[in-house]
Ligand binder design. Structure first.
Ligand SMILES: Nc1nc2c(c(=O)[nH]1)N[C@H]1C(S)=C(S)[C@@H](COP(=O)(O)OP(=O)(O)OC[C@H]3O[C@@H](n4cnc5c(=O)[nH]c(N)nc54)[C@H](O)[C@@H]3O)O[C@H]1N2
Ligand SMILES: Nc1nc2c(c(=O)[nH]1)N[C@H]1C(S)=C(S)[C@@H](COP(=O)(O)OP(=O)(O)OC[C@H]3O[C@@H](n4cnc5c(=O)[nH]c(N)nc54)[C@H](O)[C@@H]3O)O[C@H]1N2
Ligand code: SF4
Ligand SMILES: [Mo]
Length: 769
């Protein structure tokens, strides 16, 4: 096989300060790809209505730019809401603007600030530009540039080697977002179904398990919350407005305008709390007590939906007996929320019912009893009769996209289900269990030897960095597919640069919603540098592994064309419309009260009392258990989202760093006084396990955070100088989350039980690098 060497230039590397001790004896050293200068601009404030302008301005822009530029249908990859839009590019092949597609139910024609800033992903000059291969020169590990052919041949030879030596199951895929789809197909064809993504055990897992147990249905994404028709929205933590999931924020904004009652339960005065009639400033980790007490009030005061409960629910009597003891007076002692406030809010919900939503939340891995908290939320909705009701939860529907014909996948000897066997109700692969199985141990039945990481920055997404690093050190091979030189790339043997979503034709988006729809993503511009689409990379590896039968096409455009045709449309039509809606086929969005509805649970009913949980040795009804509290001098580390950023993936984005370049540490004025902290001062953090933050963070003194907690947004504190705008900006919350509370039911990693002290002196000042 001939190959062209594009360039042989070497990159300087640095060691990760936190990992220096761990890594000195290891085979795989963390390599920082390069060092350059710093940059960054001022911040702007946050607000509710930050979407791509109002519709009048939008239509003017659309008309003006439509005449000048080429318009390509796409959907956003800046977060996983996947809003459909139009990319406008000029004749030089530059993307000038991205605008929402009016027909898309995910965005209603308006992108959030991050989606508008998606152009920055494409324009970021710090992007990965060529394949890179780890090499050792004069005893030092570094990366060298390689041709695609060389890099792909190397990756393919590792796939073959692992299969021969250990079986294909020992090669695992860690993924998130669209690239995951292409590589999952490759792995399944190769014989491995060993995979996981942080969107389950670090995100939505507990709610999916809890709602499946109660209603026989996942909540899924987008959440089937009928917010635009609701009369009362109850947010348990979920900070919509900072969490910028597009149509959900728009609907909440409309609900506020329509006079809906908003009840926000959050220890922090969130943006949502500022829009609420009732802000319940709960003591952290006590939500289950509040939820049980609300149920107590609804039942004791006869405010629950009797007809609905009688018709659809199972286990009401057990529930009634269970919550009898959980009076508001009892809950006050636990949650610090006054009994009158608990009664008043319970009555407000009942008054609005069934047009009421107790929102299931999304990032719900908090304290380890999260499935039970989510069960309490699910049951509370059941008492209010909101599931399947207008203004509550609608019955979602999607349309399936046919798979391009290929042979059956081979049957692996073991897969992600076996790896998660200690957690009987895990519904997807568990990243943390997969990581554990990658650390050599004679009792490990499922030894994993190699990883492909595609579209997930594990170093920032997975808590308990120590276990992750042990696994990374032990791996025989690691290939990372990313668009940016993010933290995880520093551990790779081979780095493959994927082009951004604007530069590739990708899978057809089909998501659950009020009505089924599909959206397409066509390449708006050719890939910059040497980057390539994930679909192309996967196929190239597949072909080198002799998996031609699974890649019976020339390029992915052919697959999409075939799928569109099968779905009664065409490329020509989709280029014009971007989004196509299909009629519902499963009946009404809401319960038909004249018919009996059968839920997909074992009993066919809404299961307040869960026999399945009881059989597996768990509490059949949710129970409140007290959680540890911060010791003297420590503050609970609370974290959330910046409206301008998505995790770490946007932290170097040129457009978005202009809006917000670093995170800050919210500190209560009382704490600031005690510690003598001033607004704008930079501080470091040390957690309960003596882990010290690599970087410092700017203090924001505010009443909006409790005196026993500090708060920051996730995704900052990048430790790679190659990320020129984000290097060293702010603190990475994950670095401080060394202790996790694992949910015994589904394996989620509770992350909110970590405590920090605030250091005002630079703890690194005497360190020699
Ligand atoms: N802008 C932006 N939006 C995003 C994302 C992003 O990266 N950027 N990511 C998306 C993704 S994948 C997800 S999963 C969602 C996550 O967004 P959400 O599901 O909204 O996340 P939460 O963790 O529920 O919300 C954080 C809030 O929980 C509060 N909180 C902390 N401890 C407690 C407690 O003990 N009890 C209660 N009641 N509240 C508490 C915090 O103060 C904070 O306000 O956001 C999505 N939207
Ligand atoms: N400490 C802490 N940990 C958390 C959370 C938290 O709030 N705090 N949130 C949790 C939640 S809710 C979630 S959903 C997860 C999210 O976890 P991740 O999905 O790992 O989130 P990101 O940090 O955005 O990492 C995405 C990676 O994909 C890369 N990428 C972006 N676009 C593309 C592309 O088109 N192709 C390829 N190949 N790569 C691409 C980015 O450069 C980045 O390296 O994190 C979880 N972990
Ligand atoms: S919510 Fe914003 S970032 Fe997420 S897909 Fe939509 S426009 Fe993109
Ligand atoms: Mo998430």
């Amino acid at each position: 096989m001939t190959f062209i060497i594009i360039s042989q230039s070497l990159f300087k590397y640095f060691y990760h300060r936190q990992t220096i001790k761990l890594m000195t004896t290891s085979r795989r050293k963390f390599i920082k790809i390069s060092a350059l200068g710093l940059g960054g601009l001022a911040t702007v404030s946050t607000a509710y209505k930050m979407f791509g302008g109002n519709s009048l301005i939008d239509s003017v822009i659309k008309e003006n730019i439509a005449n000048k530029f080429k318009r390509t249908a796409t959907y956003c990859e800046v977060c996983f809401w996947k809003c459909a839009g139009w990319a406008y590019s000029d004749d030089k092949g530059n993307v000038q603007k991205i605008i929402g597609n009016d027909d898309d139910p995910h965005c209603n024609g308006r992108l959030c600030p991050r989606g508008t800033g998606g152009v920055g992903m494409y324009n970021d000059e710090d992007r990965l530009k060529t394949p890179l291969i780890r090499t050792t020169i004069n005893g030092e590990q570094t990366f060298r540039e390689a041709s695609w052919d060389e890099a792909l041949n190397l990756v393919a030879s590792k796939f073959k080697g692992i299969k021969e030596k250990y079986g294909p199951e020992a090669f695992a895929l860690l993924k998130h977002g669209c690239p995951g789809w292409h590589f999952e197909h490759l792995f399944r064809a190769y014989g491995s179904d060993t995979n996981a993504e942080p969107a389950f055990a670090q995100c939505r897992g507990p709610r999916e398990t809890a709602f499946a147990l109660t209603y026989g249905s996942w909540v899924g994404s987008p959440e089937p919350t009928d917010i635009r028709n609701t009369k009362c929205l109850v947010l348990i933590g979920s900070h919509i407005g900072e969490n910028m999931h597009n149509s959900q924020v728009q609907e909440m904004s409309d609900a506020i305008d329509n006079g809906a009652t908003i009840i926000t339960v959050d220890p922090r005065f969130s943006t949502a709390a500022s829009k609420s009639q009732h802000w319940l400033a709960i003591k952290p980790a006590t939500d289950i007590a509040l939820l049980l007490s609300w149920m107590h009030v609804l039942i004791e005061e006869n405010l629950y939906d009797k007809e609905y409960v009688e018709k659809y629910a199972l286990g009401f009597d057990e529930l009634k007996a269970h919550v009898k003891q959980f009076t508001p007076e009892w809950a006050y002692g636990v949650t610090t929320i006054k009994p009158e406030e608990i009664r008043k809010t319970a009555r407000a919900m009942a008054h609005a019912a069934p047009a009421v939503i107790v929102h299931p939340g999304r990032h719900v891995v908090w304290y380890g009893d999260d499935t039970q908290r989510e069960r309490a939320i699910a049951i509370l909705n059941g008492l209010l009769g909101s599931w399947g009701r207008r203004g509550g939860f609608y019955f979602k529907e999607s349309i399936s996209v046919p798979n391009f014909p290929h042979p059956e996948y081979p049957e692996p000897k073991w897969d992600w289900r076996d790896i998660g066997e200690n957690f009987p109700l895990a519904q997807m692969g568990l990243t943390n269990e997969l990581i554990r199985c990658s650390i050599p141990n004679k009792d490990n039945k499922y030894p994993i030897k190699a990883w492909m990481v595609a579209g997930t920055n594990l170093i920032k997404s997975i808590p308990d960095t120590k276990q992750l690093q042990e696994a990374l050190e032990a791996l025989e091979f690691l290939v990372v597919i990313d668009t940016m030189p993010m933290d995880i790339t520093g551990y790779a043997d081979v780095i493959l640069p994927e082009c951004t979503y604007l530069e590739r034709t990708d899978i057809v988006r089909s998501a659950t919603n009020r009505e089924p729809s599909i959206a397409v993503r066509f390449a708006a511009v050719p890939p910059k540098y040497e980057s390539k689409p994930g679909a192309w990379i996967a196929k190239e590896i597949g072909m080198r592994l002799g998996l031609e039968d699974y890649y019976n096409y020339n390029d992915f455009d052919e697959v999409v064309d075939w799928q569109l045709k099968e779905m009664g449309t065409s490329r020509e039509e989709m280029e014009k419309i971007g989004v196509k809606k299909y009629p519902r086929t499963t009946g009404s969005m809401y319960l038909n009260e004249d018919e009996t509805h059968v839920f997909h649970t074992p009993s066919g009913k809404i299961e307040f009392y869960s026999h399945e949980l009881a059989e597996k040795g768990f509490d059949a009804l949710p129970v409140y258990t007290p959680h540890p509290e911060p010791p003297q001098g420590f503050y609970r580390l609370n974290y959330g989202r910046s409206p301008m950023h998505t995790f770490s993936r946007t932290s170097n984005n040129p457009n978005l760093t202009e809006l917000k370049k670093e995170n800050d540490l919210w500190v209560n004025p009382k704490v600031a006084r005690i510690l003598g902290l001033k607004k704008g001062q930079y501080v470091w953090l040390k957690n309960q396990d003596d882990i010290i933050s690599t970087f410092s963070i700017k203090v924001r003194v505010t009443e909006r955070v409790r005196w026993d907690s500090v708060y920051m947004v996730h995704g900052f504190g990048n430790d790679n100088k190659k990320l020129t705008r984000s290097y060293g900006k702010g603190i990475d919350d994950t670095q401080m989350i060394s202790r996790i509370f694992t949910d015994p039911i589904m394996g989620g990693t509770g992350m909110r039980g970590n405590y920090v002290t605030i250091l005002t002196e630079d703890p690194h000042k005497n360190e020699v690098i």
